[in-house]
Design a protein around this ligand. Structure first.
Ligand code: B12
Length: 214
């Protein structure tokens, strides 16, 4: 669809006003919010990633695109709210130590909140101590970790080991995600689940908590 293409271009080119009005138009045209997110906004970020890899974009361009993505996603966010269903469970979520990427994590959080879960966001660059302390205090049903760098991904294992040392591992389901993470890695480090995108993350949390869908 032409408007979705224009939206990914607006993210790619860092045009905030244009991206926001395209999202409004697409919603007015009754285009499914998940489609706007995946085929417009995330597609745009993927294109940014390609340019970055190819050395055509530098950090300022990537940051600008991130800002546009964030601002446009804000309009979309409320559309994921599943009215009438409240607090289906508690989730604690953070991006692991050494990693500052939070766009994907924030989308996952917004979708989980929309689906009725209570989410506590620990932010980025979160060390194992902080994860463990929050699991102790908040007693969430699920702990979610995000990593976008191959160098920070192994840290997820350290957090799981720390949970084990503190005797907390059995009390919380651990889920992991982020572009370099996959199902196999998740199983290798002893996580309970992996999801490829925010929509799947909601299904995964529902499944782990055995919450009725709908
Ligand atoms: C935006 C971005 C940045 C921004 C981050 C802004 C922000 N606030 O997040 C900035 C400019 C800060 C940045 C910095 C760096 N970046 Co960067 N960045 C990206 C970029 C272009 C997009 C990432 C993104 O937001 N994608 C969109 C979101 C929606 O997707 P996502 O994060 O994958 O999330 C989805 C799923 O993975 C899943 N998910 C995510 N988290 C979780 C968690 C759970 C529990 C679950 C279930 C699911 C889940 O659901 C999400 C929604 O569907 C990627 C390239 C790419 N295409 O991935 C590079 C990329 C990740 N960056 C990279 C690099 C190298 C860096 C830097 C080291 C660059 C530098 N030399 O300084 C620094 C590192 C800083 C640090 N310490 O973290 C590399 C990583 C390479 C590697 N193999 O490790 C990439 C792949 C670019 C590349 N091709 O080289 N970056």
């Amino acid at each position: 669809m032409h408007e979705l293409h224009l939206l990914s271009q607006a993210v790619l080119e860092g045009k905030e006003d244009e991206a926001r009005s395209l999202v409004q138009n697409l919603l007015a045209m009754n285009v499914n919010p998940s489609r706007i997110l995946n085929e417009g906004l995330i597609k745009g970020m993927d294109m940014v990633g390609e340019k970055f890899r190819a050395g055509e974009y530098y950090l300022p361009e990537v940051l600008l695109a991130s800002k546009v993505m964030h601002s446009a996603f804000d309009i979309l966010k409320s559309r994921f709210v599943d009215v009438g269903i409240r607090t289906r469970g508690k989730v604690v979520m953070g991006t692991v130590k050494g990693d500052l990427h939070d766009i994907g994590k924030n989308i996952v959080i917004a979708m989980l909140e929309g689906a009725g879960f209570d989410v506590v966001d620990l932010g980025v660059d979160v060390d194992s101590r902080t994860f463990v302390e929050n699991v102790q205090e908040i007693e969430p049903h699920v702990l979610g970790m995000s990593a976008l760098l191959t160098t920070t991904m192994p840290y997820m294992k350290e957090v799981i080991e720390e949970l084990e040392r503190e005797g907390l591992r059995k009390r919380v389901k651990v889920i992991v995600g982020g572009a370099p993470v996959n199902e196999r890695f998740a199983m290798e480090i002893g996580a309970d689940g992996y999801a490829e995108d925010a929509g799947e993350a909601v299904q995964l949390v529902r499944k782990l908590l055995d919450v009725e869908v709908g």
